[in-house]
Structure formats: C-alpha cells, structure tokens
Design a protein around this ligand. Sequence first.
Ligand code: AMP
Length: 213
Amino acid sequence: MKLVVLGPPGAGKGTQAAKLSGELSLPRIATGDMLRLEVSSGTELGKEAEGYMRRGLLVPDDIIIEMVRERVSQEDCKRGFILDGFPRNMAQAKVLEALGPMDLVIYLDAGEEEVVERLAGRRACRECQAVYHLRFSPPKADGRCDLCGGRLHQREDDREEVVRERFRTYRERTQPLVQYYQAKSILEKVEGLGTIEEISWSIQETLESRGLI
Ligand code: AMP
C-alpha cells in the first residue's frame, strides 16, 4: 500500500503518519526528518538544504527527488510506504507518479492561525526526532524524550514568523496538489482538528471505506 499524507505544516502529518506506520507495518518516509538528519550530521546535502529550511522555503527539487528515489528503492519499501512531506509541488508529484500509482492521498486540513498556535507548543527530540506538544502530548519528564531520554527543543522553523512563511509556501506550491489528486479520485480529506486519537480514527475509517484495510 502506497500512501501520501498531505497538508499544511502543523496539521499533524508526522504524528499520524508515524501512527499509521506502526499500525500498517509500513515505513514512514518523512523528507523533513531526512533533511534534518543531514543538517545535524553536517553533510554537504545538509549544508545546502539548511538555508532554505530555516527560511521556510522548499529545498530544491533535485535534492529531494534524489533522496526519495533512493529511499523508496530500498528493500523495506517493497510492500509499500507512507510519504510524509512529499510531494510538496507539482514537479515532485509528477516524479512520484512515474514511480507508480499511489493508493490514497490523505489530506489533513488545518487553518493558519490554528497551525501557528499549535507549532508554538511543539517540541522535538534532538536525538530521535520524536515529537511532543507542551499542552496536547507533553513528555513524562520535563524537556526529555520519553523514548530515548534525548533533549527536547523547539525547531527553529517552528517560530511564528517562519511558520507563516512555511504556510505561504504551502499555499502557493503544495495546495494545488489537492485539486490534482482530487481529479485522480485518490484524495480523501480528513479534518486536522481534534485529538490525535480522533484524527487517527477518521483516517482508519477512510482506509476502510476505500477497502485498503
Ligand atoms: P517538514 O518537517 O515536513 O515540515 O519539513 C521541514 C522543511 O524541510 C520544509 O520547510 C522544507 O524546507 C524542507 N522540506 C521537507 N520536505 C520537502 C520537500 N518534499 N520538498 C522541498 N522541501 C522540503
């Protein structure tokens, strides 16, 4: 099964894609996580990507497309995968299409003000990238990751001015993909408002209604 989780920054794509990945035993391919790993490891690719990420802009297609192509060709993707954060523009969507048809695009929707408020409370583990929220899903110990004990921090691009820029980028570059996948009849919209469990439940219902689980 090949799934795409699409939506604005802060709609809960990462959280839901990670949950689905566990439930369906499929790898989650999160381009943002892959890029952050490159940045923290100080690779050439990371150095090139960092400036764009810090400003809330898209990293150039050639970098991302190569990364995704390489990742989906690995053995653990043979049964399928869940894409989180890819595609983010039409050129990427065309490349994905050439790799084979997707079964479903889950469109998690959320508004700008809600996203700005949500991301202000988001914290991520420096070590394993697990995500928490100070109000909605706080860690057990203050500032420490439940899973690996790593230190939690606020992503630099979760500051309000960058979130607004990311949202603008989303509206201009990524939102057109909603119509694109709608026209192919493989898009289902799920309201990104609600608790993690409620949203997860809606996604499960959608997968069931499509006969995918
Ligand atoms: P995310 O964690 O998905 O919010 O991604 C964080 C940042 O990584 C984005 O703001 C972009 O700068 C970059 N990024 C992630 N995925 C892509 C993509 N598919 N295309 C271009 N840039 C990306």
